[in-house]
Design a protein around this ligand. Structure first.
Ligand code: ZN
Length: 422
């Protein structure tokens, strides 16, 4: 009760102060992207850690924008969907509950027969605050999360603003959700899919943007979830034609972001991502490094996919990709303790750090080793490695082939048990 009252009070206070700065246009432009990211990744939002005042300010900014562009509300709390979770499982010194909110609004579909069906466009708005457990650096400083995920949040807001300003409404309803609790373990999207404000069986597709701000000059855009519906590959190729992204396809719908919670409930999903980089989960993920024009182009592309899905006659089928079925059967609790170097662009997976007392340390893996083979499986990138791990159980012995300096060596590693999920 107190929390809800406090939230609505803060909305009134913060909405007025942040709204005064708003200078975005109905079109999706590089300038609008820069404007929104500069608000979300500002000092005043303090890294948007779920449960803290910076995240609350971010939620209020998003809700005030939903209100300004006249989205409709779902549920009993206006645009807010409050929930709580315990971080105790992740950090046993934490006993308190964390309060989070998802921010949800929608545009009603124009076809009375299809308007109860929805296309969901989502992104998480939370990040790491001042660092901590999930940071890859050790500084106590604002972790701005400009790419992770002020960029995706901006994508949601820009698409919502653009669609709200069009006279012709899509046939199906479009639901816009920004989640919190993502960094601690997909708690916001987990709550939403357990307490959905729309019928999950009527969701045509869920489109998730997480880290779409670092498009490189070669215009690579990673799209995951192609295996979750047979229509996706042709659809995303046909809409890519005028834009010419260099698309990298992945079948899986289980990636480490909010769409995975929808996929687990049999909703077709697509996940858009411009890739890991050396600032990932570090205080240096700042707004100056965002490719604003590239991100605007991605948001337009995601919007075109959402519209195509909202306007087509048929409800698209859901499929579970073969790899995911196999993976679901296997344990996901494997732990090694070699931290991947997300900025490494060569073949294989380079280890940037070895966790203390981890299976990696015990086996003799070293910082700088490049993993190129995992038993019989060639490792080209982090996805191959994750897939390899997912096929194993704690206690399995795996032969790692690594490049160390100018030698290739084989090191047997006994996989450990992962106690936290992230
Ligand atoms: Zn993150």
């Amino acid at each position: 009760m107190f929390y809800k009252l406090l939230s609505s009070l803060l909305i009134l206070l913060c909405a007025a102060s942040i709204r005064a700065q708003i200078k975005t246009s109905p079109d999706i432009t590089a300038g609008d992207v820069a404007e929104r990211i500069s608000i979300l990744a500002s000092d005043s939002l303090e890294g948007r850690r779920t449960g803290q005042s910076g995240a609350e300010k971010a939620a209020n900014y998003i809700a005030s924008e939903f209100k300004r562009i006249k989205l409709q509300t779902l549920g009993a709390n206006g645009y807010l969907q409050p929930y709580t979770f315990s971080e105790h499982a992740l950090d046993t010194s934490v006993h308190a509950l964390t309060h989070g909110v998802n921010v949800v609004g929608y545009i009603r579909g124009s076809d009375p027969k299809l308007a109860d069906q929805t296309v969901i466009i989502g992104a998480h708005y939370d990040h790491l605050g001042y660092g901590g457990t999930f940071a890859l650096d050790t500084v106590h400083a604002i972790h701005y999360g400009a790419d992770d995920n002020a960029s995706g949040t901006t994508g949601v807001l820009e698409i919502a603003e653009n669609l709200a300003n069009q006279n012709v409404k899509p046939k199906r309803s479009i639901v816009f959700i920004t989640f919190s609790g993502e960094e601690e373990g997909l708690f916001g999207s987990g709550y939403f899919t357990d307490h959905p404000l729309v019928k999950l069986g009527d969701v045509q597709a869920m489109l998730n943007m997480d880290m779409i701000g670092r498009m490189q000059p070669d215009s690579t855009l990673i799209v995951e979830g192609l295996g979750s519906s047979p229509v996706f590959r042709e659809l995303i190729d046909s809409l890519n034609h005028p834009r010419e992204f260099h698309l990298k396809y992945f079948q899986t719908g289980t990636g480490p972001s909010d769409h995975a919670k929808f996929y687990a409930k049999d909703v077709p999903v697509l996940f858009f991502f411009t890739g890991f980089h050396e600032d990932y989960h570090r205080a240096t993920d700042t707004k100056e490094k965002i490719n604003n024009a590239g991100e605007a182009n991605i948001a337009k592309y995601v919007e075109s996919i959402a519209l195509a899905l909202a306007n087509r006659d048929d409800k698209i089928p859901f499929t579970r990709s073969a790899g995911d079925t196999e993976r679901k059967a296997a344990s996901f609790g494997v732990y090694v303790g070699g931290v991947p170097d997300y900025g490494y662009e060569g073949d294989g997976l380079r280890i940037s750090e070895i966790r203390e007392h981890s299976p990696a340390e015990i086996a003799g893996l070293q910082k700088g080793d490049i993993i190129v083979q995992f038993d019989d499986m060639k490792i080209k990138n982090i996805y191959d490695y994750t897939n390899g791990l997912a096929k194993h159980h704690p206690g399995d012995l795996v032969q790692y082939k690594v490049i160390r300096g100018n030698k290739t060596i084989t090191i047997p590693v006994v996989l450990g048990h992962r106690t936290t999920e992230h």
